[in-house]
Design a protein around this ligand. Structure first.
Ligand SMILES: [Zn+2]
Ligand SMILES: [Zn+2]
Ligand SMILES: [Zn+2]
Ligand SMILES: [Zn+2]
Length: 419
């Protein structure tokens, strides 16, 4: 995120540039030399430069509004571009067809470039574990034009001067305001654009028929009629006798994941082999028993020593700050921290950027600890993953659409069901 990191990255890119073959006959040797062996299983993640994300109760819910450029998990997204939201084709689960649920967003501007003065990633997923298992099979398929996914990541970026926000930094004193209102959102999920309107009251808006149905069943059936009658009858004001109109709530759905703020901290501030929790000033969370159980049950599944070793070294690294829900490092040399040997992508499994056709590189990964804060139960068919690794366009390219889809790789525990 720091400018020096970006400079370093550009240096690395330049040094990796392959000499054209017709240049001279030394070219071939150079190609051999610069080959990066990403499959080297023993190679450990760099010790430096990793930023960790932790979730906290928001100190003030207003601090998570879009004009304050938050990083947050759960609740509804704080859309950076509030108008040109992802279209219906991009916002549904590729398997069950339901609208995806908001997982988290991280604000990760690249200040060296004008076009990325503001830059936020939005991660969504289908809460169904059955869909995530199917997603597992799909992500290995190559050359599929529109792969089905149940996990989707969008990148949105804006220059400093843009129609939505002041070019001056927020003052965080309660006076900050966005420059314009955003698109009308779904009355049920509060997440996606409400393009469909309730045919009766013509007030409630929906992203999908599914959410219209959910809202109807959960009470709009009654509210709708009252809204309709009051907006169609001539208003005869008989003093104070008027009944209050049922309000259309911003978000009617009660099953969104609980909203948290994401606070960041350098991993280097955590000592390795920390034996107790006294260094974790950012969190007051009790010890997570789920993790210990998972640790044992996953360990028991491994027969090969290499798997056990990988898992143990992963656990050791995570133990420095066990509450981390996010690991971030935008550097060409950075690698994700894989909990398992199996289920990792090879170089060929990572596609090119959908828009500029340039390379994607690792930028961040999401840890399953997040589910603990979302109160997801630890049951056989509950949502779970080992890690979700996000690869993003190296150039953070521009494209005509505001929300550009990046690539997520999901690694599951071997204990997680079979399909
Ligand atoms: Zn689904
Ligand atoms: Zn909706
Ligand atoms: Zn209605
Ligand atoms: Zn690109």
């Amino acid at each position: 995120m720091a400018s020096s990191a970006m400079d370093h990255q550009l240096e690395v890119i330049n040094s990796l540039r392959i000499t054209p073959l017709d240049d001279d006959d030394e070219g071939q040797d150079e190609v051999e030399e610069i080959e990066i062996d990403e499959d080297d299983e023993e190679e450990e993640e760099d010790e430096e430069g990793v930023t960790l994300g932790f979730v906290e109760k928001p100190k003030n819910p207003r601090s998570l509004l879009r004009h304050l450029f938050p990083s947050k998990a759960g609740g509804v997204p704080a859309w950076l571009d509030p108008v040109d939201l992802p279209p219906e084709s991009a916002r549904t689960c590729g398997f069950c067809g339901d609208p995806l649920q908001f997982l988290l967003q991280i604000y990760a501007p690249i200040s060296e470039k004008e076009s990325t003065f503001h830059r936020t990633f939005f991660v969504f997923m289908c809460p169904s574990m059955a869909c995530l298992l199917r997603d597992q099979h799909e992500q290995w398929k190559h050359g599929v034009d529109k792969p089905h996914r149940s996990v989707k990541v969008f990148r949105c970026q804006l220059p400093r001067s843009n129609p939505f926000y002041s070019s001056e930094p927020p003052k965080y004193d309660g006076t900050d305001k966005p420059l314009s209102t955003g698109a009308v959102l779904c009355s049920w999920c509060g997440t996606w654009k409400g393009e469909k309107v309730c045919g009766s009251c013509r007030k409630a808006r929906y992203c999908s028929e599914k959410h219209q149905l959910m809202h109807w069943r959960s009470g709009h059936k009654n509210d709708c009629r009252q809204i309709f009658i009051s907006s169609h009858s001539s208003v005869l004001d008989h003093g104070n006798g008027r009944e209050k109109l049922p309000a259309i709530e911003k978000v009617a759905c009660r099953t969104l994941w609980r909203e948290h703020e994401i606070a960041i901290e350098d991993e280097s501030t955590y000592e390795s082999n920390m034996s107790d929790d006294n260094g974790c000033g950012t969190s007051i969370v009790p010890a997570n028993n789920k993790k210990d159980e998972t640790f044992q049950s996953v360990l028991n599944k491994f027969e090969a020593n290499a798997d056990k070793k990988k898992w143990a070294s992963f656990q050791e690294r995570i133990a420095r700050a066990p509450e981390q829900v996010l690991r971030y490092c935008r550097d060409l040399t950075a690698k994700p921290l894989w909990p398992l040997l199996i289920g990792r992508p090879s170089k060929e499994d990572i596609p090119k950027c959908n828009y500029c056709k340039g390379p994607l590189c690792y930028e961040f990964q999401i840890m399953p600890q997040l589910l603990y804060y979302f109160d997801v139960k630890n049951e056989p068919d509950s949502l779970d993953w080992a890690t979700i690794v996000v690869f993003t366009c190296l150039n953070s390219c521009e494209a005509s659409l505001a929300y550009k889809e990046e690539f997520a790789w999901v690694q599951l525990y071997p204990s997680t069901g079979t399909l």
